[in-house]
Design a protein around this ligand. Structure first.
Ligand code: FES
Length: 124
């Protein structure tokens, strides 16, 4: 099964222009639940934005080598898999597919995720 055929229940949402997201930076989408797209080492990653330890935005965290560190209690998450790499978080964050098309970054959201204000995004 390819990524494209597994997207039956995935809605592709424009996040921002490729040029608007620098390396080791993130953009938070105005969705419920919130989702952020990260860029690190030249790759893009989509993950649920809320830390699984407590409620805090991972887009505000420290990003390096495809890992994000939550700024509140320093839990680290692998952006590729969503798995926690250090305590206090023990639960993975959900990951989402990301693709670039015509100079824009798009993230694939499950149908159950709502966009609060269309496809508008906020800079983390
Ligand atoms: S809220 Fe993220 S580590 Fe505690």
């Amino acid at each position: 099964m390819t990524a494209e055929t597994s997207s039956e229940n995935t809605r592709w949402v424009r996040v921002c222009a490729v040029g608007d997201l620098g390396d080791d930076d993130a953009v938070r989408l105005d969705s419920s639940p919130p989702v952020s797209v990260f860029k690190s080492n030249g790759e893009y990653f989509g993950v649920d934005d809320t830390c699984t330890h407590e409620t805090y935005s991972l887009a505000d965290g420290w990003i390096e080598d495809c890992v994000v560190e939550c700024p509140l209690h320093m839990a680290k998450f692998c952006l590729r898999t969503g798995r926690p790499l250090s305590p206090p978080a023990t639960t993975a964050v959900r990951t989402h597919p990301v693709r670039t098309e015509s100079g824009d970054i798009h993230v694939g959201l499950p149908d159950s995720y709502e966009l609060k204000e269309g496809a508008r995004c906020g800079t983390a």
